[in-house]
Design a binder for this molecule. Structure first.
Ligand SMILES: Cc1ncc(COP(=O)(O)O)c(C=O)c1O
Length: 367
């Protein structure tokens, strides 16, 4: 039986081997390890790619969110509305910034934050809205922008899964006051370790972030405030610059493979992700919903097919946030029971994908 891995990063590394070796050799020759030319160049290139004026490299996506909220003045007592279905760090970053995460329910079709639920959660203490472009699909930014404007909320986008996704001709990260990215290795643009970036059009926000990521100092010997050590390092920046050159082609391939899944899985009793016409969705993950999710997952595992669940526990039910959960999020709770991520990445072969499709179809035939 041929195994179909959920994700095999070695395939990408093999393709990039020569370029990465060149990056490493250049790095070793330069002898500059922290906050130097590679970081500056990557900040400029990635911000430009997102359609933003400034980029500030940081140590992770969690720190990108935490530092953005801090730089924008989040403090104790502030409420920050975000999606009930997301990766735990979305809520962790809000808490670390001293604010209180308030969870809005999600849309049953797109599984991204539901603007109507956001509106219901707004209170006099709400200061920020953190939409998550979940699985690579843009949240409904035009409607969320209206809600944010109506209530005077600052929008900080969680773009950790949305490198290159867009809506209405604007890329993820360029809608909000700040856009926060992760370069965790499995992301559409992944480093060889941790990394992150904040993109913004606001020069004073960028300047404050540059201080906050570097202990809070304004020059080598003077602190402006108390910050963190949260720097993107030169070697990661150099690898990420190389990979950025491939991102568009990789995202195109993800969309092609998504289209093949949608064709192959049509007419089954499964919820399928939306395939917007243009480049909106960058298919970080291909997530279906199925009433018998666990049985389907076991069926695929018995045929050597690895799958994953993003996410089995919604954020409002995570132990540290349960006390915040004044409002139930029934759509997110149901999604957490039904979501299943099938293998999808640019180096998945069509043969492997056909194996997955045949195995999913056989589950429903035998059921
Ligand atoms: C939606 C979302 N937000 C935030 C993060 C945090 O990113 P990092 O792991 O780089 O801290 C992740 C990645 O795990 C994520 O998927």
């Amino acid at each position: 039986m041929k195994r179909v891995p959920f994700l095999d990063l070695t395939r990408q590394d093999r393709e990039l081997e020569e370029e990465l070796h060149r990056d490493l050799e250049d790095f070793l020759r330069r002898g500059r390890h922290i906050l130097d030319g590679e970081v500056r160049a990557f900040e400029e290139e990635f911000a430009g790619y997102c359609g933003s004026a400034h980029g500030v490299g940081v140590a992770s996506g969690t720190d990108a969110l935490l530092l953005s909220l801090r730089a924008l003045g989040a403090c104790e007592g502030d409420e920050v509305i975000t999606a009930a279905l997301s990766a735990p760090p979305t809520a962790v970053a809000i808490s670390l910034a001293g604010a209180r995460p308030v969870f809005a329910d999600i849309d049953p079709q797109t599984l991204t934050i539901d603007p109507a639920s956001v509106e219901e959660r707004v209170s006099p203490r709400t200061r920020f809205l953190v939409p998550v472009h979940l699985f690579g699909n843009m949240a409904d930014m035009p409607r969320l922008e209206k809600v944010a404007t109506r209530h005077g909320l600052i929008m900080v986008e969680d773009c950790a899964q949305a490198h290159g996704a867009g809506a209405g001709g604007k890329r993820a990260g360029s809608w909000g006051t700040a856009g926060c990215f992760s370069f965790y290795p499995t992301k559409n643009l992944g480093a060889y370790g941790d990394g992150g970036m904040v993109v913004t059009d606001d020069p004073s926000l960028a300047q404050r972030l540059r201080m906050l990521r570097d202990y809070g100092r304004e020059d080598r010997d003077t602190l402006h405030e108390v910050g963190l050590n949260s720097r993107l390092d030169e070697l990661q920046a150099s690898f990420l610059r190389t990979k950025l050159g491939h991102l568009e082609a990789w995202n195109r391939r993800r969309r092609e493979l998504a289209r093949r899944y949608l064709d192959g899985l049509r007419d089954l009793p499964l919820g399928l992700p939306p395939l917007p016409g243009g480049e909106e969705h960058c298919f970080h993950l291909f997530v279906v919903t199925c009433r018998e999710r666990d049985a389907l997952r076991a069926h695929l595992a018995s045929r050597g097919i690895e799958t994953a669940v993003h996410y089995p526990l919604p954020l409002h039910l995570q132990p540290p946030f349960r006390e915040n959960a004044a409002h139930p999020c029934p759509v997110a709770e149901r999604a957490a029971r039904e979501v299943l991520s099938l293998p999808l990445y640019p180096f998945l072969s069509e043969e492997e994908q056909d194996t997955v499709v045949a195995a999913v179809r056989s589950f429903f035939r035998s059921a």
